[in-house]
Design a binder for this molecule. Structure first.
Ligand SMILES: C[S@@+](CC[C@H](N)C(=O)[O-])C[C@H]1O[C@@H](n2cnc3c(N)ncnc32)[C@H](O)[C@@H]1O
Length: 205
């Protein structure tokens, strides 16, 4: 790892510890929120790839006691508060939809910070990330209310443009955003999608 990347990681690691966030990733959602205001007080938020819980903490603070966060991950995550519920599930498996639906059937916001356990083999890592991003988009079509917002991590690669054009079909506006707290060298980028179009939910029923 290059020295400046290591130094930046250490900076966010220390800052996360100081502020009580469970991950450095928390700062990426804080930056997304500051720029696009995707989450509001009282919202119900679906957080895909929630472990160890940094994004859920940020979202839980914004939605407050009248809101709710449902976190989903293949790895266990600790409880982060009374407006948080965790579902242990692999989103690529069919039964994940049923597990989410049991907890809540409509959300105001869907977040996905899912990423694969990286192998170091670029084509594999990018490929798996793209599968996870498309799966998030699919779940968004099922669970997001009309007018709702979606933010999703994706590694730039072969299917990146296809992902953007599918997202453009479903949302009023989309933005590609690279937070300052994300490694410059990493291929990850966040696609922030605002305002799910009315027809999308009906079409996926
Ligand atoms: C970068 S971490 C998320 C960090 C989290 N946003 C935070 O702030 O604490 C990526 C997560 O995606 C999860 N993940 C990867 N593949 C998954 C899958 N198929 N289903 C559910 N979660 C998955 C991993 O287990 C990992 O916890």
């Amino acid at each position: 790892m290059q020295w400046h990347v290591k130094r930046k990681n250490e900076f966010y690691y220390k800052k996360a510890k100081e502020l009580g966030y469970r991950s450095r990733s928390a700062f990426k959602l804080l930056e997304i929120q500051e720029k696009f205001r995707i989450i509001k007080r009282g919202d119900r938020v679906l957080d895909l790839g929630a472990a160890p819980g940094g994004w859920s903490q940020v979202a839980a603070n914004i939605v407050g006691d009248n809101g709710m966060i449902i976190g989903v991950d293949v790895q266990p995550a600790p409880n982060i508060g009374k407006n948080f519920r965790f579902i242990l599930a692999d989103v690529t498996k069919e039964n994940s939809e049923g597990k989410i639906a049991k907890a809540c059937t409509t959300f105001d916001v869907v977040l996905s910070d899912m990423s694969p356990q990286t192998t170091g083999i670029k084509d594999i890592d990018v490929g798996v990330s793209n599968v996870l991003a498309f799966k998030s988009l699919h779940l968004t079509k099922i669970f997001l209310k009309a007018g709702g917002n979606f933010a999703c991590k994706i590694f730039q690669g072969k299917y990146f443009v296809a992902f953007l054009s599918e997202a453009k079909e479903y949302f009023e506006k989309i933005h590609s955003f690279k937070p300052k707290s994300s490694d410059k060298a990493s291929r990850e980028v966040y696609i922030v999608c605002l305002g799910l179009k009315e027809h999308v939910q009906k079409d996926s029923e």
